[in-house]
Design a binder for this molecule. Structure first.
Ligand SMILES: Nc1ncnc2c1ncn2[C@@H]1O[C@H](COP(=O)(O)OP(=O)(O)O)[C@@H](O)[C@H]1O
Ligand SMILES: [Mg+2]
Length: 343
C-alpha cells in the first residue's frame, strides 16, 4: 500500500483534473481529455497524452473532453477517466479512497448525484461534495478567521465562477459560461477575420498563454503563429502581438467584468465594504491571463490579485476540507447538506 493517506481532494475541472493527497500535496495534474477507439470503445489514452491527440487523431480515434462547462457531459467516459487517474495515483495497491470533489455552485441535484456515482464507480469509498468557490477560497491564503466578506473569482476553461464568501459559507455566487475556452475561440475568430489564418484550439491556447492580454501593456510582446491560409489552404505563419490580443479578447474579458459587477450589485453594502478592504482574489488557470487582475481593479475600483498557484487552489481547498471532516463535522462548509453518501 502507498505510504500516504487514502483521502483525496479532487478538482474535477472541465479542462484539468488536479488531485491533492493528504500529507503529500498535488499528486496528479492532467488535462480532462480521453482518447477513445471508436470501433472498440477502448480508452487509448487519458490526460496529457490524450490532449496531444486533439485535432490530430486518425479516423478511428476520437479525443474528447468528458466534462463541459463544469458539469459531466459524458458519464461513462468521466468515470473511466477518473478510474484511470486513481489507478495512476495508487499504482497497484487496491485502495478505495475517501474523496472531496469540488462542484460548481449552480449545479442541480441530479448533476451532483452523477458526480457522486461516478466517483464511487471509479473506486471511491466515500464521496463528499464542496462548492467550488468555497474550495477555491480555502485553497488561497485568505484568512477565514473573521466574519468579514471576500470575493473569489475562479476563471477555468468552461466557466467563470464568482463567489462572495463569509465565515458562514457562500453568501452570494454566480457562474457564467465565459472562460478560458472562450478566449481561445475569440483568438481563432480574430485570426480568421483579420489575417485569413485558420488555426485549431491548441495553437490558439498556446498563443493566449504566451501573448494573451486583456489590459494595455507598456511593452508589447509578440509570438509566431502557424496556421493554414484561408484562401490557398497552404501553411502560413504570422506574427501576433499582445496588442492584437487586446482587441481579440476584449469581448469575453468584458463579459466576465460585467458578471463581477452584477454580483457586487446584488451583495449587501456591508459585504461590499469588506470586499473593498480585502480585495478580490482570482483563481483558476484562466486567472493567469495577462492583465486580468489589472482590468478588474480598474473596472471595480477594488484591488484584485491573482492567488499563488492559481490553477491548484480548488484542489488545495478540497484537500484542506478533507482534514476538517476527519476532525469535525461542522465548520464553514455545510457538509450536512452536501454529504450525499454516508458510511
Ligand atoms: N498562463 C495562462 N494564461 C492564460 N490562460 C491560461 C494560462 N494557463 C492556463 N490557462 C487557461 O486556463 C484554463 C484552464 O483553467 P483550469 O482552472 O484548469 O480549468 P477548469 O477548472 O475548467 O479545469 C484553460 O483555458 C487554459 O488555457
Ligand atoms: Mg476549475
Amino acid at each position: 500500500m502507498s505510504i500516504f493517506s487514502k483521502d483525496l481532494g479532487i478538482d474535477l475541472g472541465t479542462s484539468n483534473v488536479v488531485v491533492y493527497a493528504e500529507g503529500k500535496g498535488i499528486v496528479l495534474r492532467e488535462p480532462s481529455v480521453v482518447a477513445v477507439d471508436k470501433n472498440t470503445g477502448k480508452i487509448l489514452k487519458v490526460g496529457a497524452a490524450a490532449k496531444n491527440m486533439l485535432g490530430r487523431t486518425p479516423g478511428n480515434v476520437v479525443a474528447m473532453r468528458p466534462l463541459r462547462e463544469g458539469v459531466v457531459s459524458d458519464y461513462e467516459l468521466t468515470q473511466r477517466m477518473l478510474a484511470e487517474f486513481f489507478r495512476q495515483i495508487f499504482k497497484f495497491s487496491f485502495v478505495k479512497p475517501r474523496v472531496v470533489i469540488a462542484v460548481p455552485s449552480g449545479i442541480t441535484s441530479i448533476e451532483e448525484r452523477a458526480v457522486v456515482q461516478i466517483a464511487q464507480e471509479a473506486g471511491a469509498r466515500r464521496v463528499y461534495l464542496i462548492e467550488e468557490p468555497l474550495a477555491a477560497a480555502l485553497g488561497t491564503s485568505l484568512g477565514f478567521d473573521g466574519p468579514d466578506g471576500h470575493m473569489v473569482v475562479d476563471i477555468g476553461g468552461g466557466t467563470t465562477d464568482v463567489g462572495v464568501l463569509t465565515l458562514n459559507g457562500l453568501a452570494n455566487s454566480a457562474s457564467i459560461k465565459v472562460a478560458g475556452d472562450n478566449f481561445d475561440e475569440a483568438i481563432i475568430r480574430y485570426l480568421r477575420k483579420k489575417y485569413g489564418l485558420i488555426v485549431g484550439q491548441t495553437i490558439a491556447e498556446e498563443a493566449k498563454i504566451s501573448v494573451g492580454t486583456v489590459y494595455e501593456r507598456k511593452e508589447p510582446v509578440e509570438t509566431t503563429v502557424k496556421g493554414r491560409d484561408f484562401k490557398t489552404g497552404l501553411p502560413r505563419e504570422i506574427s501576433l502581438s499582445s496588442t492584437d490580443m487586446l482587441e481579440a479578447l476584449r469581448r469575453p474579458a468584458h463579459q466576465i467584468i460585467e458578471k463581477i459587477l452584477a454580483v457586487l450589485e446584488q451583495t449587501t453594502p456591508e459585504l461590499v465594504a469588506d470586499i473593498a478592504r480585502n480585495g478580490i482574489v482570482l483563481t483558476g488557470g484562466g486567472a493567469q491571463l495577462w492583465g486580468m487582475d489589472k482590468l478588474i481593479t480598474e473596472r471595480t475600483g477594488m484591488r484584485c490579485t491573482v492567488a499563488d498557484d492559481a490553477d491548484s487552489c480548488v484542489a488545495y481547498g478540497c484537500g484542506k476540507s478533507l482534514s476538517w471532516i476527519n476532525r469535525m463535522q461542522e465548520g464553514p462548509i455545510n457538509f450536512a447538506r452536501r454529504k450525499l453518501l454516508k458510511e
